[in-house]
Write a protein that binds this ligand. Structure first.
Ligand SMILES: Nc1nc2c(ncn2[C@@H]2O[C@H](COP(=O)(O)OP(=O)(O)O)[C@@H](O)[C@H]2O)c(=O)[nH]1
Ligand SMILES: [Mg+2]
Length: 257
């Protein structure tokens, strides 16, 4: 891959692999148009189309995303993992998948940095760390910060991977991701990706990213129910794939989030 892909000024367009962004979105009408437009402005790093997976929204998220230039995939089964997985399947022909949320909390300007490590062949899974980067005041609830710290600590000790955060903004090759045979179809999806990648021997790299206060209403960290469900899913998934854990049964699907 091209040298120094992470630097905007030196990246030759012809050297770009097929990078497709996948955004899971549930009722993100106030933010989704802006996120899609900002991402599309990131060419030549990103290939059109941006894929938005509308997870049964009732506020017109899909239509707004389409108007902003995204390809919209509908996934009726409610769950963060279902939505991400549907987007990955839809991104046929993509070499690299970039995942980020639809609430404008992630900063599309961090895309070159996230892609840089992957395309410079420094790692197979690159995750944007809000711990290493900067976080706007109030962007994460105290329980999110605590839960992330705990899960990161567990991952370092159980899997020996230098994790500081379970950020949603990440990049992985599509073939590698499909090879992980993801099973957690709700909040455990992101963690499953990290622990299975570690077990598969994929190199892990974090890059610092900025994290903003989301636009619109939180479905996870901002609600008690969402925080408890997400916390449970994340921790149980972290333990499930540890070396000493019994082999998880295939086909297991978690409760919807
Ligand atoms: N909770 C939840 N989020 C979903 C679902 N499908 C897609 N999402 C998206 O997942 C992302 C993370 O959710 P968010 O409410 O921002 O979580 P928070 O950042 O922890 O408050 C957003 O882009 C949601 O729109 C789903 O079924 N459940
Ligand atoms: Mg969010």
């Amino acid at each position: 891959m091209s040298q120094g892909f992470g630097r905007r000024d030196t990246a030759p367009v012809r050297a770009c692999p097929r990078v497709v962004a996948v955004i899971p979105a549930l009722d993100e009408a106030p933010s989704i148009g802006r996120v899609v437009r900002q991402l599309r402005a990131q060419r030549p790093f990103l290939l059109d189309p941006v894929i938005v997976v509308d997870n049964g929204s009732r506020d017109g998220t899909g239509e707004i995303a389409r108007q902003a230039g995204a390809v919209v995939v509908r996934e009726e089964r409610r769950g963060y993992g279902y939505a991400c997985h549907a987007g990955v399947l839809a991104a046929e022909g993509a070499e690299v998948i970039v995942l980020l949320d639809g609430d404008a909390a992630d900063d599309p300007d961090d895309l070159p940095r996230i892609l840089g490590s992957l395309l410079d062949d420094e790692a197979e899974l690159v995750v944007g760390s809000r711990t290493l980067g900067s976080r706007e005041a109030g962007a994460m609830t105290p329980q999110q910060v605590l839960g992330n710290r705990l899960a990161s600590w567990l991952m370092r000790h159980l899997y020996g991977v230098a994790v500081t955060d379970l950020g949603p903004f990440r990049a992985i090759r599509r073939d590698d991701l499909l090879g992980l045979e993801m099973r957690e179809m709700t909040y455990g999806w992101s963690v499953e990706m990290m622990v299975k990648a570690a077990r598969a021997g994929h190199r892990y790299r974090e890059v610092p990213v900025s994290y903003h206060r989301r636009i619109g209403v939180s479905k996870v960290g901002g609600t008690v129910r969402g925080s408890v469900q997400a916390g449970w899913c994340i921790l149980s998934t972290t333990f499930r794939y540890a070396r000493w854990a019994p082999r998880p049964r295939t086909g297991r699907l978690a409760v919807a989030g």
